[in-house]
Design a protein around this ligand. Sequence first.
Ligand SMILES: [Zn+2]
Length: 364
Amino acid sequence: MITGCNKLTQVTDVITQPTAREVYARNFDNDSLPYLNWNRAFARALQDSVEVKLPYAEQGVFNADNLPVYAYNLKLELGRNYHFQVKTDSLNPLVFIDIYEKTSDSIRPYKLLEQADYKTASLNFSPKNTGDFKLVIQPQLGATSDFTMSFGSAPAYAFPVAGLSSKAIQSFWGAARDGGSRSHEGVDIFASRGTPVLASVAGYVSSTGNRGLGGKQVWLRDGLFGSSLYYAHLDSIIASRGQRVKVGDTLGLIGNTGNARTTPPHLHFGIYRRGSGAINPFPFIEEAAFPEISETSTEIPTKVVVNASQANLRQGPSAKMQKNGSLSRRDTIWVLGRSADWLHIKTSENQSAFLHESLVQALN
Ligand SMILES: [Zn+2]
């Protein structure tokens, strides 16, 4: 039988560290057909190519009859701390949240990186590189509940200039410099002269000085990642070499020393990573972005019928997303959820896609 709670934790779990799915599997016989189908639905969803951009929210109903699995292709960036959450309204339905990284292996194109503690139905994830990932969400077998999914992210570092946010950045990574002979290896944050420049992370000051293009500068070594943060064009340096700092400690004051002499005062902020040199600092300090969740006024149907002569399926919840199929009048489809006015659907061939809600009407 299907139960909401998993079997007793086994003593060996301390050593083998089974995944949440493996622990859940102990509730079932290996040849239990509902359980096999639940696993097959999961394996199939790994082939899905639905793509969403963060911040993202989706609401709907877990309908046990259609073995719902939600798989999203996501582009995630080094420097962001991602938070994926699923809220349900029924008593403790288990929700599994897995995050995979795309590999170059054609046989196993996705490698499992992390799995949520299913009791909390939320997953925090900080990618070690910028790239393509897949998020898979599956409620426990038989779960029936309203749900709200929320995917968002926050910066890994604190903003390096007092009182400002990433809106104060006016020149970005990769912009042309010196007539295109080099490209901008950081971001420029404009602020009035004398504004404090802050430690974005706890660490120690590895170097200070007045030299070259950067003028008066401070180098902060990140104790956690081993990266170096570069603060340039300072009017004055306050931190001293070898000093240990906490997040928010003042390192210096905004100015326009070095090759910024002819421009208004600003901080040039860069991040250098061992082995890869300068990396784009913007994701590390861009302000947090979480979706706004609105109370749904209308009930979200679980099954709909197409009422247009042709209904284009899209890879994501926007008419700009690639078309990945089409349906005809009177085709019926499962609704997995809704994001704004787009339905996340599953066709009778088990293809997942998005469809504008104006093209369908609710069944029943
Ligand atoms: Zn700059």
